[in-house]
Write a protein that binds this ligand. Structure first.
Ligand code: C2E
Ligand code: SIN
Ligand code: SIN
Ligand code: FE
Ligand code: FE
Length: 373
């Protein structure tokens, strides 16, 4: 009798998917040393987009923060239509001119094996095995890779389905709040897209990967979930709040945190990776850099970065939108205001990231207008 060291025990642990991929990659390399990259792209049917999700190729992946409509990626669509994996043993002579094929090639990869991945028969993304060498994917290699492919696919599926459960609950909670709030669905679409813009701009300096950017985008819609606990007379007041009313209003941040904590408990999602991003957004989106914000009066770098990002995204949209208590400001006025109080109230880097992205901000405004779908 003897003990065995389970090479794949990383798969059993509560660690980020990219760490699981790295562990699987290490094991796989012992058998197939030519595999240089494993990557997963997850498909979101709501937006028909394919997003890079996790990969094992180090921090400087050329395909990081890459998103494409599946409709615009004929070679991948083709794989899905056939429902069968695809081998390209010479990427140089592979005709696919799509941006991501070009990036893969430019990175020096010579061959690729691409599998569509499914959960209970539903397509949910692609798994990519890439090698620098050409011609490496023969029958022996492929049958080995299929086993690893299914292992990885299961690990991705369980994470994706947890996240989808969480998102369904986030959306339900958010719809319930906005049954009675004056904040429209378009506000949430705009502000969450602004938050994503800022997060992308800060990715290099903050060391954000794709997952965290996506989480900031998805979770920002719940920043004001605590407003569900604010009485109508205050929430819907047609005019300026008194000091006492504003004091009640300010409780929405902590109430939001409590609602989210309860929700995570009920769904058993408390240990999900990055879930503090969600908690922090609700709890700290009204903190100010100089400590004058609420509820905790946190300062500067003590304010979680996701909350600093959402604060800028939220206020920019609040300023440029009509509220029962105010007329909408122009973009120029709103940018000027944000720049004026950058440093004291807002993280200057977040404000500058948004201001730099003005063209994209205007596209978001065009796309998500009030009173339109
Ligand atoms: P909200 O309407 O979503 O606004 C979010 C944040 O945007 C505000 O956080 C504030 O930082 C900024 N903001 C919105 N409108 C203006 C404005 O006209 N001028 C300036 N300088 N900043 C603005 P804040 O102040 O902590 O307020 C939190 C929430 O309290 C607001 O969310 C809104 O629901 C409510 N609220 C605040 N002031 C009033 C008010 O005078 N009347 C009513 N009815 N509600 C108010
Ligand atoms: C990848 O190879 O990382 C995924 C590319 C894609 O999003 O299509
Ligand atoms: C492609 O699907 O466009 C080829 C590149 C890859 O397999 O990652
Ligand atoms: Fe708020
Ligand atoms: Fe808001």
């Amino acid at each position: 009798m003897f003990d065995h060291d389970d090479a794949l025990r990383a798969l059993d642990q509560k660690i980020p998917l990219s760490d699981k991929l790295l562990a699987v990659h290490r094991v796989l390399r012992r058998k197939l040393d030519f595999i240089d990259r494993i990557a997963v792209a997850v498909y979101d049917p709501r937006s028909d987009t394919l997003k890079t999700y996790a990969h094992s190729s180090g921090s400087d992946d050329p395909l990081s923060r890459y998103e494409a409509r599946l409709g615009d990626a004929p070679s991948l669509r083709d794989i899905l239509a056939k429902g069968r994996p695809r081998v390209v043993n010479d990427l140089a002579s592979f005709g696919g001119g799509h941006e991501h094929t070009r990036r893969i090639r430019a990175q020096g990869y010579g061959s690729s094996y691409t599998l569509p991945i499914y959960l209970n028969g539903n397509f949910f993304g692609y798994l990519f095995f890439n090698a620098y060498r050409k011609g490496v994917f023969d029958d022996a290699a492929l049958s080995e890779l299929d086993v690893f492919g299914h292992l990885i696919s299961l690990a991705v599926a369980s994470e994706v389905s947890e996240i989808r459960t969480l998102l369904a609950s986030v959306r339900t909670a958010s719809d319930m709040v906005h049954q009675r709030d004056f904040e429209t669905g378009s506000h949430l679409d705009r502000m969450s897209n602004y938050a994503k813009l800022i997060a992308k701009e800060l990715a290099a300096s903050e060391g954000f990967g794709d997952e965290i950017i996506e989480h900031i985008f998805l979770f920002s819609v719940l920043h004001d979930v605590g407003k569900i606990g604010i009485p109508d007379g205050i929430l819907l007041k047609n005019g300026k709040l008194s000091e006492a009313e504003f004091a009640v209003m300010k409780t929405h941040a902590l109430k939001g945190r409590e609602i989210i904590d309860a929700m995570l408990r009920h769904f058993g999602l408390e240990d999900l990776q990055h879930i503090d991003v969600l908690r922090n957004i609700a709890h700290h989106h009204h903190e100010a850099m100089d400590g004058s914000g609420y509820p905790d009066g946190l300062r500067g770098g003590d304010i979680p970065i996701e909350a600093r990002i959402v604060a800028v995204a939220d206020v920019f949209d609040a300023l440029t939108s009509r509220r029962p208590y105010k007329a909408p400001w122009s973009n120029d006025e709103a940018f000027a205001k944000l720049l004026e109080i950058a440093g004291s109230k807002f993280d200057r880097n977040c404000v500058e990231a948004l201001v730099r992205s003005r063209a994209e901000v205007e596209r978001i405004q065009e796309r998500f207008q009030d009173g339109r779908l």
